[in-house]
Design a protein around this ligand. Structure first.
Ligand SMILES: [Zn+2]
Length: 125
């Protein structure tokens, strides 16, 4: 279980946030096994936005603010894709591939390569 990372989560007064023993109940930060927002860190878009409004500038300055336009070229337009195969019971992923967003060239990819987030054909940013 983990907590929503918005420092103001507890200020949203919803029934599910009321916790504690009788006589000392308080609105508390949401705690779940997983969250839908902000890469599994926030319980709602409101909480995600609160955090972004408070910390986005500092986070961007820390990791590098974009100050000039980036360009999509054939050298950095590779992305990973796959199809769904419904022929068996249920569905499985199949035909893993790289697709170039500029040239539309396709290159086969193994499932392992697909899952490897550091594996890319892109040579530029
Ligand atoms: Zn929250």
């Amino acid at each position: 279980m983990k907590f929503c990372q918005n420092s103001k989560c507890h200020t949203y007064k919803t029934k599910d946030r009321i916790k504690g023993t009788k006589g000392s109940k308080t609105y508390q930060t949401r705690r779940r096994s997983s969250f839908y927002y902000g890469n599994d860190n926030f319980c709602s878009m409101n909480c995600y936005n609160d955090w972004a409004n408070e910390f986005a500038d500092r986070a961007i300055d820390h990791f590098g603010r974009i100050t000039v336009a980036k360009h999509l070229t054939k050298d950095n337009a590779w992305s990973k894709d796959y199809d769904w195969d419904y022929s068996g019971s249920g569905s499985t992923r199949t035909n893993y591939r790289f697709v170039n967003g500029i040239t539309n060239e396709r290159r086969p990819l193994t499932e392992e390569q697909y899952r490897d987030k550091s594996y890319t054909l892109n040579t530029g940013e």
